[in-house]
Ligand binder design. Structure first.
Ligand SMILES: [Zn+2]
Length: 427
């Protein structure tokens, strides 16, 4: 008989139940057996001074399996996730080969069951080979357990194909995740177009690339009568387009990533290729709009776009380096430090942005902490301080622009299906 665990004296924040008060949580086996006061169990996790919340959910990560195991694997990526407080993640299908058929979705799910300490839900490609031409068999993908469809890394250039993808995805009950990018404006761009790019002599990526693509995707979703999710919004214009669509009552959701509220394109000079991602870091007016959007609901959720690369791949000239940074082990602390402590949002809103909101958008069975439900639980100390040191990360990768930053918010324990998958060292 498995021992029960009681998480005592923490402040339970459960957005779906509207709870934010001191309550104990009792875990028996894989489930939450009780929420209340003065609960007892065989073993105890002291959560004094800590927030206790549903296991965090990240709907946009790259675990690089199959094909790029030197960057990350399901095993290392999921350990990084557990360390960051995540118990559910959605992996992107831009692997080699791309995950674009039911068999590959099933294979990915088998690998995840064997190798992952948390729940890993694969998103599958929306078009065959992510080539943007021929739709995948979405009914098969859904039956095999795909969490969503996306060609992430690419937009779908043909509006005709994108319209059909949206119609079909909606019909089978899958959400299409849009990597919003007008590729014809890319022209070898490496960082945000503007003053800093000119100064550094680097080709720019204009904000219009994202804004045009978000606008087009939303118009096509409206035409298709489909819901749509916009990935990694980085621009003030993008936030504004999504906000207006919501005001018109359209079923549009979007995410942003921690780097877009933390850094501007000033960081490129300081951190080099570790500050290169797509979409790129933008200007201060964009950072302000991202913060505003997180506060007022124009932005629905936080996702890391965790994009591991090897040291050698990133140790090249800025223009030649691959896009992407890792984010799973810093996301929560960047939210606590840069959003909650800065007075942008409440702790309750931060928890919602990282649990119920992302899970609800895709219909994942995650992001809730309730009696009888799975014991996916995160315990973090919002006051504890630490210095980001990528060499301590569980991820295989080190491409992180936050090295050396002092942050508040330490994950003390992560439980997935009642199992302790991460426990911080004491002291
Ligand atoms: Zn993307």
């Amino acid at each position: 008989m498995a021992k029960s665990i009681v998480i005592k004296n923490g402040r339970l924040i459960e957005p779906s139940l509207g709870l934010s008060e001191q309550l104990d949580v009792l875990v028996e086996g894989t489930s939450v057996a009780g929420i209340g006061r003065d609960l007892t169990g065989d073993t105890e996790i002291d959560a004094s001074g800590c927030v206790v919340c549903p296991g965090l959910v990240d709907i946009h990560v790259h675990f690089r399996e199959p094909g790029f195991e030197s960057k990350e694997t399901i095993a290392t990526g999921s350990r990084a996730a557990a360390r960051g407080g995540f118990t559910s993640v959605v992996t992107m299908p831009n692997t080699a080969p791309p995950i674009d058929n039911g068999g590959m979705v099933e294979q990915h799910n088998r690998s995840a069951r064997e190798a992952a300490c948390i729940k890993v839900w694969p998103a599958a490609a929306a078009t065959k080979g992510r080539a943007g031409a021929e739709m995948t068999e979405m009914a098969d993908l859904k039956a095999a357990g795909a969490a969503a469809v996306t060609d992430d890394g690419n937009d779908i250039e043909s509006s005709w194909v994108l319209r059909r993808v949206l119609e079909y995805a909606n019909m089978v009950g899958l959400t299409y995740l849009t990597h919003a990018e007008d590729h014809s404006l890319m022209e070898g761009g490496a960082m945000n177009e503007g003053y800093n790019a000119t100064r550094l002599g680097l080709p720019g990526l204009p904000k219009a690339m994202e804004e045009i693509a978000i606008d087009r995707a939303i118009r096509l979703a409206e035409l298709a009568g489909a819901r749509i999710h916009i990935c990694h919004v980085s621009t003030a214009g993008g936030v504004d387009i999504v906000r207006r669509a919501k005001e018109r009552g359209l079923p549009v959701t979007c995410e942003t990533a921690p780097h877009y509220w933390t850094l501007t394109d000033d960081a490129v000079e300081r951190f080099g290729t570790n500050a290169k991602m797509n979409p790129p870091l933008r200007g201060p007016e964009d950072v302000a709009a991202i913060r505003q959007g997180l506060a007022d609901g124009a932005i629905d959720c936080i996702a890391t776009d965790h994009a591991p690369h090897t040291l050698t791949e990133k140790d090249v000239e800025f223009q030649s380096a691959p896009f992407g940074i890792i984010g799973l082990e810093t996301s929560l602390a960047l939210g606590v430090t840069g959003l909650v402590r800065d007075g942008v949002i409440s702790m309750e809103r931060l928890v919602e942005l990282m649990t119920a909101a992302p899970a609800g958008g895709l219909g994942l069975a995650a992001g809730r902490l309730e009696e009888g439900g799975p014991a996916d639980i995160t315990v973090f100390d919002p006051e504890a301080e630490w210095t980001v040191d990528p060499n301590q990360f569980a991820s295989k990768a080190r491409n992180c622009p936050f090295a050396g930053m002092r942050l508040h918010g330490v994950v003390k324990a992560t439980l997935c299906d009642g199992r302790v998958v991460h426990r911080a060292a004491e002291g």
